[in-house]
Ligand binder design. Structure first.
Ligand code: ZN
Length: 151
């Protein structure tokens, strides 16, 4: 990955961690709690599924900048998608952040802005921070009240 790209990616992650989007509860929506004991990240993800489509998604919680930015960008990315599409996006995202570092940095048009997490694969301990909101989203899509842990 080029130095400029890396800096741009870090800027986007920093922006989302400082000013997370969709950082609010949706009390009526399906929700799940996620915990990453390795880092201490906690996230509650809310998903308002209507006719099989994610009408709204949000989260609350406290975590490191990677987990907060990941949750923020995830809630933006899944809005308007079907549950199956959201799950597919998670699989692609997971493949990106767990790729061998020498294979990162390629084009990922299908991931859009989520490609900024490509650098995470260089820090294996951070992979769980980035994937926690997604695991939690998956649990929320499958049914209310679930609690997931990355361990
Ligand atoms: Zn973390």
């Amino acid at each position: 990955m080029s130095e400029e790209l890396r800096e741009l990616y870090q800027e986007v992650i920093l922006d989302h961690s400082k000013r997370p989007r969709n950082f609010r509860a949706l009390p009526e929506a399906s929700q799940a709690e996620g915990f990453n004991p390795l880092c201490g990240d906690r996230a509650t993800v809310f998903v308002d599924l209507q006719d099989g489509t994610v009408k709204d998604a949000s989260f609350v919680g406290s975590g490191c900048s990677i987990s907060t930015a990941s949750a923020s960008m995830m809630t933006e990315a899944v809005k308007g998608k079907s549950a199956a599409e959201a799950e597919e996006l998670f699989q692609r995202f997971h493949a990106l952040i767990t790729a061998p570092p020498d294979q990162a940095g390629g084009a990922h048009p299908e991931l859009g802005k989520l490609a900024v997490f490509a650098g995470v694969c260089e820090f294996p301990v951070r992979v769980k921070c980035a994937s926690l909101p997604w695991h939690t989203l998956k649990a929320a899509l499958q049914g209310a009240g679930a609690t997931v842990s990355t361990e």
